[in-house]
Design a binder for this molecule. Structure first.
Ligand code: URA
Length: 435
């Protein structure tokens, strides 16, 4: 029985003044918020204090554990396919722009023999969410019961689901962070990602930790620290956990938004798609298969021979989605054209993420509806030649009054130069426990 010896104002003041929260205070506040005894405005104030003051490692560990303990923890170790335990493995990104990688990645890993229990998230701040993207497929549902998840893992090798009763504290805090300017915090990102992933019952985990203007954290050093923190949190829970540090200075691929990113993912599954999306998807697939102890399979082959596409179609159909119906696209469009000729030099991921959020692809109030058809198409990526007057970006929305704000975000968010820009490596580093 939990003793109610704490109160929210004292906990908020402790963190506001740079103090360290005790384990018991953390357990109390997370439990209280999950069950409605701590109000949204109190948790908002505490999140802002954490954002400004940070947390010690022991505080992060306890905050994560308290979030895991706020709900149930799934266990799939009893499941068998062909008499063998499932090779349970998952991936999570710290949030990017145009980051549709989970969509082609999950079916590749399925086709290679992995089993992916993917508790996916919604959009956060200027970054998109896998659930919002997949829900743009007519009929697709991520509200799966535990029995359905277990069944799908055995029969198909994957389930993509809303975290639901897993880490419900994260569900509430995630939604609050999204609308209170408290997303960009190392302890809050690490605990949010890892509480879901620990609770979802995966045995191996690969993290895609973003670096660059479109990442939540400002510097490579901070992203590296985030990756290390998450890898340690996973290892301490017995998960084989690794992270790739990857570039998020430029959006991934040529689309940013909801349905437009699903369409691009289908291109990748059909064996095409933008080179950067394919490269990162295959690198993460290789890491996942290695972490799960699966060898002798070639992820790239599953794109060539159509087995990954086949798995994706089955997964979507099982979750109610109808890929025969057209994907939605915002009925209003606006095109940005090149002011001069030259070479596309840079496209700022943050500017594009904010523009797409303004178009209606993300939320500004908790639980708000996102527009499935809101998005942006990139016609010229960095390094590609540009002629004056050519289209650079096309923006789509249901609400044309949002164009002005979206265009203002893009203003200054790209540059055209005379020379091709230096090539940036997409995969910057790999972090494993002990690094
Ligand atoms: N993904 C999450 O699940 N949480 C975050 O805070 C950021 C990315």
């Amino acid at each position: 029985m939990m003793q109610f010896t704490f109160d929210a104002p004292t906990i908020i003041r402790t963190k506001r003044d740079g103090g360290v929260l005790s384990d018991a205070a953390i357990d109390w506040v997370i439990d209280g918020y999950t069950h409605g005894r701590v109000a949204d405005e109190q948790m908002s104030a505490l999140l802002m204090a954490i954002f400004l003051r940070g947390m010690t490692k022991p505080e992060i560990v306890r905050w994560t554990t308290a979030m895991v303990n706020s709900g149930e923890r799934m266990d799939f170790t009893d499941l068998r396919r062909d008499g063998k335990p499932l090779a349970l493995v998952d991936k999570h990104s710290t949030g990017g722009v145009g980051d549709k990688i989970t969509i082609p990645l999950v079916p590749i890993v399925m086709a290679c023999g992995g089993a992916v229990p993917q508790a996916a998230g919604r959009g956060l701040g200027h970054t998109g969410g896998t659930l919002d993207k997949l829900e743009s497929i007519p009929g697709f549902s991520a509200e799966l019961s535990k029995a359905r998840i277990r069944q799908q893992l055995c029969d198909l090798g994957a389930a993509i689901f809303a975290a639901g009763e897993l880490a419900p504290a994260d569900r509430k805090i995630y939604a609050l962070r999204d609308v209170t300017g408290t997303t960009e915090s190392l302890p809050l990102i690490a605990s949010s990602v890892m509480s879901k992933k620990i609770a979802e019952g995966t045995k191996a985990l690969v993290l895609d930790c973003k670096v660059g203007s479109g990442a939540f954290l400002d510097t490579e050093a901070e992203s590296r620290e985030l990756a290390r923190t998450m890898v340690e949190l996973g290892a301490a829970e017995g998960l084989v956990t690794r992270a790739l540090l990857t570039d998020m200075e430029t959006p991934l691929g040529r689309t940013v938004g909801n349905a437009v990113e699903v369409a691009e993912s289908l291109e990748v599954l059909a064996g095409g798609g933008p080179a950067d999306v394919v490269e990162l998807t295959l690198a993460l697939a290789a890491e996942m298969l290695d972490a799960a102890g699966i060898d002798g399979t070639d992820p790239a082959q599953t794109l060539k021979d159509g087995t990954a596409m086949d798995r994706f179609r089955k997964l979507v159909a099982t979750q109610g989605g109808d890929l025969e119906q057209p994907l939605p696209i915002g009925p209003h469009s606006e095109t940005v054209t090149a002011p001069r000729s030259g070479t596309m030099e840079s496209i700022d991921a943050m500017a594009v993420g904010l523009a797409v959020w303004r178009l209606g692809a993300g939320r500004s109030v908790p639980g708000g509806r996102v527009q499935s058809g809101a998005g942006l198409r990139i016609h010229r990526r960095p390094g590609e030649p540009v002629a004056a007057g050519e289209p650079l970006f096309t923006l789509y929305t249901e609400t044309p009054e949002q164009f002005q704000a979206a265009l203002a975000e893009l203003d200054g968010g790209f540059s055209i130069g005379d020379e091709p820009p230096p090539q940036r490596p997409l995969i910057i580093d790999r972090i494993t426990s002990g690094d």
